[in-house]
Structure formats: C-alpha cells, structure tokens
Ligand binder design. Structure first.
Ligand SMILES: *[C@@H]1O[C@H](CO)[C@@H](O)[C@H](O)[C@H]1NC(C)=O
Length: 142
C-alpha cells in the first residue's frame, strides 16, 4: 500500500511531461551547475533571495526550441537594471498543462535565440532560466 502511494505520488508529480531539447547547443538539456555567479538549481541562493527556476545550459546566440507544442503567452521583462538590457527579455509559454517562463530568450522563428549572457555576466555558464508561472520546482520535468 505504502509503495503504491509513493508510486502514485511520483506519477502525480511527473505526470509524464518531459521537456524536449531547449537549446541547439545542449541536446541533453544539461543543467548549469556552479560558476563564479552562482548555481543553477532550483532553490539555490541568490543573495537574500532563492533561485526560483532551473538553469539549462545554452551558448550565447544558440537557437532556442519549443520543448513541446506550446502557446506563446507573450514576452516578459527579466530585470529593472538598465545595465542588463542586453539580456532583459523572456517569454511566457503554456503547453502540456504547464505554464512556464524562459528568461534570457527573445521570441523568434524557432521560438527564440539565446541572448548574449556573457556580455552581462562574464564567465557565467550561459543558460536558459526555466521558471514555472506558479514558482514551483521545474526539475521533475527534466
Ligand atoms: C503568463 O501567461 C498566462 C496565460 O496568459 C497568464 O495567466 C500568466 O499570468 C502569465 N504570467 C506571467 C508571469 O506573465
């Protein structure tokens, strides 16, 4: 019984949905681990805040793909800081029953292009930030 409940809980969390390849430079959706600017996992420290998304590696200028059939809900602004204008765009998407946002991406033909993150964060592991609209952990979908 206990095992069945655990299995049901796991199925509930994953719901079978998995993100397909997000970035042309990263076929396996590998994650940003640690660099001089911090760590890429959900819940990592960001000064006084916590990281509310999951970072998927993506080289500056790479093509960004829709991870499954998605509806574009519009673009969004990531920062208020004008010194980060070069990467200050993201998109709000829904699909597979999920609503999520991709930061540092500009809407385009293939969905988008990875913005020049190195120009704002020299030496960082350039990445797409994946954040659920309700701020829950996106990791089970990867
Ligand atoms: C994203 O789009 C959805 C659907 O239009 C909307 O409900 C949600 O508020 C938007 N979220 C953000 C953060 O823009």
């Amino acid at each position: 019984m206990r095992r069945l409940l655990v299995l049901l809980a796991v199925l509930w969390v994953c719901d079978g949905v998995k993100f397909g390849q997000l970035c042309s430079s990263n076929p396996s959706n590998s994650r940003r681990t640690s660099d001089r600017w911090g760590q890429g996992q959900y819940g990592a420290g960001r000064g006084t805040r916590l990281h509310q998304g999951l970072d998927i590696k993506c080289s500056d200028g790479a093509a960004v793909y829709a991870p499954f059939d998605v509806t574009l809900n519009g673009k969004l602004t990531v920062y208020t800081d004008p010194s980060k204008a070069a990467i200050n765009e993201g998109i709000n998407l829904s699909g597979q029953g999920l609503c999520f946002k991709l930061f540092y991406v500009r809407k385009g033909q293939r969905i988008g292009t990875m913005l020049p993150m190195q120009s704002v964060y020299p030496g960082i592991t350039s990445h797409i930030h994946v954040q659920m609209c309700d701020k829950r952990d996106p990791t089970p979908y990867f």
